[in-house]
Design a protein. Sequence first.
Length: 123
Amino acid sequence: MRIYPLLLAPLLALAAPGHLLAQSTLPQMERVEPASGKSGDVLTVAGANLDQNTVAALYLTDGTSDVKVEITAQTATEIKFKIPATVKSGRLALMVLTKGNPPKLIEEPVKVVVEAPGSTPTS
């Protein structure tokens, strides 16, 4: 089947905005407060496109092992999450699982220091 260039141009024009829209709605984390915490503490990460329609789940990761965290509140600009008891102490990155087809795991540039039980807060 032969596709004529005049028919192809409008199809490409219609496809491009959806692709660009998908990229502009990726979650973007900017900071987390407080910057450290212990198991059970609730932290708040701020940024853009963090709502339930964009972010399906949130994880703490050291690059090799990922631990899913409990989201306690979620808006377009903030996610509040609880540090789970199963996560090891150290400096960990936040990683989101996006909604959509296909879903994507995206490691964000935001880091959290998980303190060992009984340690003195660093923030």
